[in-house]
Design a protein around this ligand. Sequence first.
Ligand SMILES: Cc1cc2nc3c(=O)[nH]c(=O)nc-3n(C[C@H](O)[C@H](O)[C@H](O)COP(=O)(O)O)c2cc1C
Length: 458
Amino acid sequence: MTRITTKKLAIGMFQNGRARQTWAMSGREDESNYTDLEYWTELARKCEAAGADFLFLADSYGYPTLNDTVIPTAIERNVQFSTVDSQMLMSALAAATKTLGLVTTVSTMVEKPPMVARQYRSLDHFSKGRIGWNIVTGSAQAGSALLFGEPLMPHDDRYALADDHVQLSLKLWEGCWDDDALIRDSATGIWADPAKVHEIIHDGPFFSSKGVLVTPPSPQVTPTLFQAGASSAGRELAATYAEAVFLAAESKALAEQIADIRGRAEAKGRGRDAIKCLIAGTFRIAESEEEARAAHEAQIAGISLEYAAATYAYFTGVDLLSFDLDRPMPASTAKTDNGRTNVERFLGPDAPTVREILEEFRANGVMGKPFLGTVEQAVDQALALIEETDADGFLVQPDPDGSHDMFFEKVMPELRRRGVIKDELPGATLREHLFGEGCVRLPDSHPGAAFRRTGVLV
Ligand SMILES: Cc1cc2nc3c(=O)[nH]c(=O)nc-3n(C[C@H](O)[C@H](O)[C@H](O)COP(=O)(O)O)c2cc1C
């Protein structure tokens, strides 16, 4: 058996506001019940009962496009296509749960900082401090830009914009209200102390602002900050601001990515352990290894190359089917202005052929290789990857039927038996779940802390 990690792993549960990709494989018509609020509240309750740290709902306005138009296979097969608005679900999930962390994505390309600041602060109040923001520059940017009637912004400029966005959001969260600014004294009629509520001033390369976030401080003040997108620019953004990052398990370079993020965070004075690195973990378990492998292969057999190509186009904007399948992708794809994580990982000296990339996407999608076998084997593999990569936990992908039931029934108890997950979630807030009791606010080493109580900021 693998050497058992001494860490207490963070366990986040992944779902997608999109209709589940497995809908046709489950053989159940009711698999598309993702438009029912009840589906989501029940999912959140199950995550809470199982003791997960948080539920994460991924989101994007983008969908697969090529040559400025939606890919028909994406519509026909529902490849990264139909969705509901994840953020809209959050207050319902806050009402349905008491301890579970709740994380969702808003792309910095879509909503402006005062909107993001107000929404997440409101949600942090409603959930009593259990909210996290997954900061992305957005998957499928080509589709999203077309939808919003905007030109596609170059990749690294989007990350420069994200940096400016987060700076302003942090100023609004951390810089507007002193801790004792809110008075609410009905005898004197004083709501708040004007000397302790500050206007922030921001004059950045992409956003300008002079004003106040009028929603008073919530338990975490700043929501717990997550980040996804492992291109070089993405890792820099993570190292600067993120408290947790989502990384695909597929990448041969996972250990390097994690070491790079930790190194960059350390260079910024945040410390190597300032960021929880969470691996997108897929568990495919059965009574025997053969059975698990056969079920996984049956699932792969239901996925066409066109489906895999549409998925790839969603994440990269690259049309794999336009290339020679028996050669590597042209190096020019590195300049794609869509997401780069899934281009960068298939270029370089050991570059696979296009056919191999398509096969990888058929078999493992974007999240990477599953942990496969009996529950003991799968957990051994998962813990070995934690050891190899120095990661801090998992963002668990759904079971083949779209639920997390198998994970909760089999894998969670095994993780618990091995003593690698928390018996009880520390603290009441999401940040405490991840960093320990008392860690409610951003640590002093985070750049957001510099915006506290300093009056007018420039
Ligand atoms: C586990 C995981 C979850 C992700 N969730 C989202 C998401 O909700 N929305 C999104 O636009 N991108 C999400 N991404 C990131 C995209 O895949 C994509 O890499 C990114 O948005 C573009 O950045 P890049 O150029 O750095 O790749 C996720 C990635 C991973 C590994």
